[in-house]
Design a protein around this ligand. Structure first.
Ligand code: SPV
Ligand code: MG
Length: 430
């Protein structure tokens, strides 16, 4: 009897899957491969059912001899382990990002005269309803817990700022093919700088929480990715505890609050802003009160330390960050406005000596020649690209406005704009 291998990433079984399994069964003894949560999240949505449940689902199917775990989208390793006579797949992978994966399967199978059998891939009505999965993934309960889960298995997350529905869609949908596979952002950063700037206001906690929550609602309506809110100083403790519960209820995954007091100004001003850092004890009390107030297990409060920004040095930053973790912080963010990552790397090395696992978050706006890979290699768990969508949109819009004004007509900006047809087709469900 021939050995047959077929890999699945689905959460929900429908007729299309069962039909292809039936065909596979006629070819020989079927081994089903189940992709890990991480591999699935790398190219589509975060799976609704965790690996173990998906594995159990396939194990219970008639005609499935055994179920194994496939660690990556690339089949090479698993095929070398199993050496199947036949690999079965739908013909949907002839084009797109899967075409490379298919080619490697064909080459690997050649090593032992294995065969690839492809069946026409049919989009069943059930498949269409699978797009309703997005609706489920965007529900508060499902979305909120996803940041903690991603942090638990992915060494370093990449977050991008969004400040309205449209930028939310860009962060949600942007994917690029790289030699290491498909890449997409893991989380959405709702920056105070960008949220304020988009409203034509300075970043001084002037845009109040009601308005910030409206922005979040707008983003949430069109996205499924976990949301990390820039909570500025967190405000008064008495207000913070209420806001924590509101954020949780909405499905926000984490809030980052910074250890500054008085009128908050943006950190990128550096020491020029005359900012005062909060006392360690007072800030620890705020963190503890927030942790006490939260109702769910998965909401995260991340403490942001401004010691390096304010020239207080590494020892002060370390003392504070360890104290914040002791007070209950689920992660720390260490900020810097240096042009190189040196002080961040030195901090991480020292912090990791006493704390190997608390997630470290950074915002490499000024030291942006450093890659996420290098940051990850220094023990950093989340990289936030904090302001780049608004900073790239503004000059583009300004140039368009100036060009129209200069020419007294809009013809000259035709090539700077997307077409009316494109903008009308841009948004889903119109
Ligand atoms: C923000 O994006 O609003 C931040 C990060 O707080 S920074 O602007 O670098 O201070
Ligand atoms: Mg901010």
């Amino acid at each position: 009897m021939k050995s047959v291998y077929i890999c699945f990433s689905t959460d929900i079984l429908h007729n299309g899957h069962l039909n292809i399994l039936k065909k596979a069964e006629q070819l020989g003894e079927v081994t089903v491969g189940i992709l890990t949560d991480e591999a699935i999240a790398s190219y589509k949505h975060y799976p609704l059912l965790p690996l173990e449940e998906r594995k159990a689902m396939f194990e219970s199917l008639k005609g499935v001899h055994r179920v194994v775990v496939q660690e990556s989208l690339d089949y090479t390793d698993i095929l070398h382990q199993l050496k199947p006579d036949i690999v079965v797949h739908g013909d949907d992978w002839l084009v797109g990002y899967q075409a490379n994966i298919r080619q490697k399967v064909i080459e690997t199978l050649k090593e032992w005269d294995g065969e690839l059998v492809e069946y026409p891939y049919t989009v069943t009505p059930t498949e269409e309803t699978l797009s309703a999965l997005d609706q489920l993934l965007s529900l508060p309960e499902t979305r909120r817990s996803r940041l903690k889960k991603l942090l638990s298995y992915k060494p370093c997350l990449s977050a991008m700022e969004a400040h309205d529905g449209l930028t939310g869609l860009i962060v949600e949908k942007t994917r690029v093919e790289t030699p290491n596979g498909t890449r997409q952002f893991d989380a959405i950063w709702v920056s105070s700088l960008c949220d304020s700037t988009a409203k034509g206001k300075p970043d001084i906690e002037l845009v109040d929480m009601t308005s910030r929550l409206n922005t979040i609602e707008e983003i949430m309506e069109v996205t499924t990715k976990p949301i990390v809110l820039d909570g500025d100083t967190g405000g008064q403790i008495e207000h913070f505890v209420y806001n924590v519960q509101t954020m949780e209820r909405l499905g926000v995954s984490a809030v980052i609050i910074e250890d500054k007091k008085g009128l908050k100004k943006n950190s990128l001003f550096g020491t020029g802003a005359g900012q005062v850092q909060d006392d360690i004890e007072a800030f620890c009390q705020k963190i503890a009160a927030g942790k006490n107030a939260q109702k769910s297990k998965d909401f995260m409060i991340i403490a942001r330390c401004e010691s390096l920004i304010l020239g207080m040095g590494q020892e002060d930053a370390l003392k504070r960050c360890h104290a914040y973790v002791k007070a209950g912080a689920d992660g720390i963010m260490i900020h810097s406005v240096q042009k190189t990552p040196d002080e961040i790397f030195a901090f991480c090395q020292a912090f990791r000596k006493d704390d190997p696992k608390t997630p470290i978050v950074v915002v490499p706006t000024t030291y942006n020649t450093t890659t996420e890979e290098e940051l990850a290699a220094h023990g950093i768990n989340m990289v936030i690209h904090a302001n780049h969508l608004i900073r790239s949109a503004f000059p583009a819009m300004q140039k368009t406005a100036q060009t129209i004004l200069a020419h007294g007509r809009s013809y000259e900006v035709n090539d700077m704009c997307m077409s009316i047809k494109e903008i009308l087709g841009l948004l889903p469900n119109q």
